[in-house]
Design a protein around this ligand. Structure first.
Ligand SMILES: Nc1nc2c(c(=O)[nH]1)N[C@H]1C(S)=C(S)[C@@H](COP(=O)(O)OP(=O)(O)OC[C@H]3O[C@@H](n4cnc5c(=O)[nH]c(N)nc54)[C@H](O)[C@@H]3O)O[C@H]1N2
Ligand SMILES: Nc1nc2c(c(=O)[nH]1)N[C@H]1C(S)=C(S)[C@@H](COP(=O)(O)OP(=O)(O)OC[C@H]3O[C@@H](n4cnc5c(=O)[nH]c(N)nc54)[C@H](O)[C@@H]3O)O[C@H]1N2
Ligand code: SF4
Ligand SMILES: [Mo]
Length: 686
C-alpha cells in the first residue's frame, strides 16, 4: 500500500492551521497531525481534523453543466467556455459583475480580479469580506492606516489582559483560543462581553452579557471611566496619536456615564468599572473582536471605538497588545490583499489613482483597463439587481453561496433571477448554483497548489494531494482558460500557481519579497518588501501607517441598530455560528463527523422570554421579521440574555437569512446580521 503525507493549510478558518493530508493510492483518506505546523503545532479543531471527509463526496461537481429549458445538461469544457465567452463578450463592461472567493487561494483571487478588470473591463468585483470584515478594513485603515490584525496569534499568549468583544473565539477560531488559554495560565485576566454565554464566555474572569447593538456605548463608557481615573496612557497619547481632545469631548458626556451605559447595554455598572480597571492597568492588554463588532450598520463606528480604547490605554505596537480582528474564512485576508475588492488592486493600491492604473496596464500588458472608478460591492450589486433591473445583466460567482449567506434571501433571489446570465463555479451544487445558466466544477483545496494568508497576515502554502474528481479543474486554470477564450491568452499564460504568485509578488508592494521557496517552512507575514526582509509579525511598532505616523482618535456617538424591537417585533434577533458547521454547510454538512454533532438549526430563547411566550424547549416555533418567517426548533436556555434571540445561519432547512435585513453600514456596506427585530410565536397545533 502506498501512503503519502502532504502538508497543507486548513481550508476552513483564518487561523491558518497546518495539517497533513494522508493519501493512499492517490486518494486522500484522512487528516494527520503535522507537528511542526507554525500556527498550531499539530493541534486541530474538529473541522480541521475532519477536513478530508467532504473531499471525495459523491456530490462533488465533476462536469460543466449548462442549463437548457430549465434543466442542467452535462457539457464539455469547450462548450461551456464558448458559451460564457460569447455571452460575456456581448455585454458592456458595466453590465457585468464578479464575485471572488475567500475559500480559494491568493493566486485564484488575484486572477479573478485581473479577469474582471483586464478581460471583462468591469470595476464590479467584490467578495464575502463585504459581509464580514469590511468594517475592519475601512475602520482600521482610517485610524491606523492599515486594516489588518495588528499583532500575531502567538503574541496573544503574552498578554496580561484580554478583552474579547463580539468574538466567540473558542468555537470560531479554536486554535487562537489556545493562546487565550495560555495567557490565562500565565495569570492574564480575560474579559468577555457577548449577548450569549458562549464557550468563550465560560473562560472569562469577567463575563458581561449585553443586548446586541450597544457596543459603542459600552466602549465609550469604559473610556470615560478610564479617563476619570487618570488611567489613560498619556505618553502614548502625546507621541503616537492625534485628536485626543475630540475623543474626550464625546466620551466624557453624561450619556456615557457608567449608569447610562448600564441602562443602554444591560451590563451592571460594577462590571464595567472592573473591566475598565483591568484593561487600563494591565502591563499589556489585547482586544480581540470579530463579527459581533463588524456586522452592524455602525460596523465602522464599532471598529474605530475598539481602536480608540486600545490607543487610549497605549496598547499598540508591542507584544501582547493590539487590536486583533480575527479574520473569518481561510483566505479572506488574502482575497482582500489580492484586490478582490471594488476599490483597490492587490496590496490595497487604489483603483482611482491614475498612476497605479497606468502601472497595472503596463504590468498586465493591456492598453485598456476597467475605468478608474470604484465598482459595486456585493451588497450593492444585489440591490442594483433588484431595484434597477437591466443595469447589471451578467454575473460570474466563484466560490460563494449568496442564496444562503446574504441578508434577506427573498430579496437576493429576486435580484439573482433578474440576471440574464449567471455563471457559478463551485465544488458542489449550491442554492446559488441552482439559479445559474452555467455551473463550472472546481477542484478543492486538496487538489491544487497555491497560497493563502491567515488572519495574522501569514502567507502559507496549499499543496496538491490528489487529482480533482471527474473533469473538475482548479479555479486558477479555469480562469486562465476562459480568459484565453476571450482573447487574453498572453495576459493569462501561467503554467502553475507559482507563476501566478511571482506576478503577485511583482505587482504587490507588501508581497514583493515573497516567493514559494521563501514560504517554506513557516510562511511569511506581510509586509515583506524585499527578498531579504524577514516579514512583519507586529504592525505599528514605532509609527502608524499614516503620512504623519500618528494614530487618529475618532469621536463616535452611539447609535441604535437600524431596526429595533417594537410592539409587533419585540425581540432582537442576532445570528452567527456553531463550531460544528461552516457557513452554508456545503462542506461540513457532507462531513459525517461534524454533521452528526449539529444536524439541525435552532433558535436560542431565554427562559423568561420562553415562559411569556408559552414556548417549551425543543418545540418548533415560528420566528418572523418584516422580511419573512422560519419554522425552527426552540432551544430554551439561560445562556442568552433576555430580549435577544440567536439563530445559526448554516441550515438551508431554517435559513436565518430569510429573517435578516440588508440595512448597510454607510461606509463599509456591511449588512446588520447581528441585530434586527423579530417575533416568535407558537405554531398552532393541527
Ligand atoms: N465553526 C465555524 N468557525 C468559523 C466560521 C463558521 O462558519 N463555523 N466562520 C468563520 C468566519 S467567515 C468568521 S467571519 C468568523 C466569525 O467568528 P465570530 O465573530 O466569533 O462568530 P459569530 O458567531 O458570527 O459571532 C460572534 C459572537 O458575537 C456575538 N454577538 C451577537 N450580537 C452582538 C453584538 O451586537 N455585539 C457584540 N459585541 N457581539 C455580538 C454572538 O453572540 C457571537 O457569540 O468565524 C470563522 N470561523
Ligand atoms: N445571518 C448571517 N449571515 C452571514 C453571516 C452571519 O454572521 N450571519 N456571516 C457572513 C460572513 S462573515 C461570511 S464570511 C459569509 C460567507 O458566505 P459564503 O462565502 O457565501 O459562504 P460559504 O458557505 O463559505 O460559501 C463558499 C462556497 O465556496 C465553495 N468552495 C469551497 N472551496 C472552493 C474552491 O476551492 N473553489 C470554488 N470555486 N468553490 C469553493 C463552497 O462549496 C461554498 O459553496 O456569510 C455571511 N452571512
Ligand atoms: S482552528 Fe481554523 S484553521 Fe485551525 S483546524 Fe480549526 S478550522 Fe482549521
Ligand atoms: Mo466571515
Amino acid at each position: 500500500m502506498d501512503i503519502d503525507y502532504v502538508s497543507t493549510t486548513c481550508p476552513y478558518c483564518g487561523t491558518g492551521c497546518g495539517f497533513n493530508l494522508v493519501v493512499r493510492n492517490g486518494k486522500v483518506f484522512d487528516v494527520g497531525h503535522w507537528q511542526r505546523a507554525p500556527v498550531n503545532g499539530g493541534k486541530l479543531c474538529p473541522k480541521g481534523r475532519y477536513a478530508h471527509e467532504f473531499i471525495n463526496s459523491p456530490d462533488r461537481l465533476t462536469k460543466p453543466l449548462i442549463k437548457k429549458d430549465g434543466t442542467f445538461v452535462e457539457a464539455t469544457w469547450d462548450e461551456a467556455y464558448n458559451l460564457i465567452a460569447e455571452k460575456f463578450g456581448s455585454y458592456k463592461p458595466a453590465e457585468m459583475a464578479c464575485l471572488s472567493s475567500a475559500r480559494t487561494s491568493n493566486e485564484e483571487n488575484y486572477l479573478m480580479q485581473k479577469f474582471a478588470r483586464a478581460a471583462l473591463k468591469t470595476p464590479n468585483i467584490d467578495h464575502c469580506a463585504r459581509l464580514c470584515h469590511s468594517s475592519t478594513v475601512a475602520g482600521l485603515a482610517a485610524v491606523f492606516g492599515s486594516g489588518a490584525m495588528t499583532n500575531s496569534i502567538k503574541d496573544i499568549a503574552d498578554s496580561r489582559c484580554i478583552f474579547v468583544l463580539g468574538s466567540n473565539t473558542f468555537e470560531q477560531h479554536p486554535l487562537i483560543a489556545r493562546s487565550i488559554v495560555r495567557a490565562k495560565q500565565n495569570g492574564a485576566k480575560v474579559i468577555v462581553a457577548d449577548p450569549r454565554y458562549t464557550p468563550t464566555a465560560r473562560q472569562a474572569d469577567l463575563y458581561m452579557p449585553f443586548v446586541s447593538g450597544t457596543d459603542v456605548a459600552i466602549l465609550n463608557g469604559l473610556m470615560q471611566e478610564i479617563i476619570r481615573n487618570g488611567w489613560e496612557d498619556k505618553k502614548f497619547i502625546t507621541h503616537r496619536t492625534k485628536d485626543y481632545e475630540k475623543l474626550k469631548e464625546v466620551v466624557m458626556k453624561e450619556a456615557y456615564s457608567l449608569e447610562n451605559v448600564s441602562k443602554i447595554s444591560g451590563i451592571p455598572a460594577e462590571s464595567l468599572k472592573q473591566a475598565a480597571e483591568w484593561i487600563a492597568t494591565a502591563d499589556v492588554a489585547a482586544l480581540i473582536y470579530s463579527m459581533g463588532i463588524t456586522q452592524h450598520t455602525t460596523g465602522v463606528d464599532n471598529v474605530k471605538s475598539t481602536a480608540n480604547l486600545m490607543m487610549l490605554t497605549g496598547n499598540l505596537g508591542k507584544p501582547g497588545s493590539g487590536v486583533n480582528p480575527l479574520r473569518g474564512q481561510n483566505n479572506v485576508q488574502g482575497a482582500c490583499d489580492m484586490g478582490a475588492l471594488p476599490n483597490v488592486y492587490s496590496g490595497y493600491q487604489k483603483v482611482t489613482d491614475e498612476e497605479t492604473r497606468k502601472k497595472m496596464m503596463e504590468m498586465w500588458s493591456v492598453d485598456d483597463l476597467a475605468e478608474g472608478r470604484v465598482g459595486y460591492t456585493v451588497t450593492e450589486m444585489i440591490n442594483v439587481l433588484a431595484d434597477k433591473p437591466g443595469e447589471i445583466k451578467a454575473m460570474y460567482i466563484m466560490g460563494e453561496n449568496p442564496m444562503l449567506s446574504d441578508p434577506d434571501l427573498q430579496h437576493v433571489e429576486e435580484a439573482l433571477r433578474n440576471l440574464e446570465f449567471l455563471v457559478v463555479q463551485d465544488i458542489f451544487m449550491t442554492e446559488t448554483g441552482e439559479l445559474a445558466d452555467v455551473v463550472l466544477p472546481a477542484a478543492c483545496y486538496a487538489e491544487k497548489d497555491g497560497t493563502q494568508t491567515n488572519t495574522e497576515r501569514r502567507v502559507q502554502r496549499w499543496r496538491k494531494a490528489q487529482d480533482p474528481p471527474g473533469e473538475a479543474k482548479p479555479d486558477w486554470q479555469i480562469l486562465c482558460e476562459l480568459a484565453a477564450k476571450m482573447g487574453y491568452e498572453k495576459q493569462f499564460t501561467f503554467e502553475s500557481p507559482e507563476a501566478v504568485f511571482n506576478e503577485v509578488a511583482a505587482v504587490t508592494p507588501s508581497y514583493h519579497g515573497m516567493s514559494y521557496a521563501r514560504l517554506d517552512p513557516d510562511g511569511l507575514h506581510w509586509p515583506c518588501p524585499t527578498a531579504e526582509h524577514p516579514g512583519t509579525a507586529i504592525l505599528h511598532r514605532e509609527t502608524f501607517a499614516m503620512p504623519d505616523g500618528l494614530g487618529v482618535f475618532s469621536p463616535i456617538e452611539w447609535k441604535p441598530a437600524a431596526e429595533v424591537p417594537d410592539a409587533e417585533y419585540p425581540f432582537v434577533l442576532t445570528t452567527g455560528r456553531t463550531i460544528w458547521q461552516w457557513h452554508t454547510g456545503t462542506m461540513t454538512r457532507r462531513s459525517w463527523s461534524l454533521e452528526k454533532e449539529a444536524p439541525i438549526g435552532w433558535i436560542e430563547i431565554n427562559p423568561e422570554d420562553a415562559e411569556e411566550l408559552g414556548i417549551k424547549d425543543d418545540e418548533v416555533v415560528r420566528a418572523s421579521t418584516r422580511r419573512g418567517s422560519v419554522d425552527i426548533p426552540a432551544k430554551v436556555t439561560d445562556e442568552i440574555i433576555k430580549g435577544v434571540m440567536f439563530i445559526p445561519f448554516h441550515y438551508k432547512e431554517h435559513p436565518a437569512n430569510r429573517l435578516t435585513h440588508n440595512a448597510l453600514d454607510p461606509i463599509a456596506k456591511i449588512p446588520e446580521f447581528k441585530a434586527c427585530a423579530v417575533k416568535v410565536e407558537k405554531i398552532a397545533e393541527v
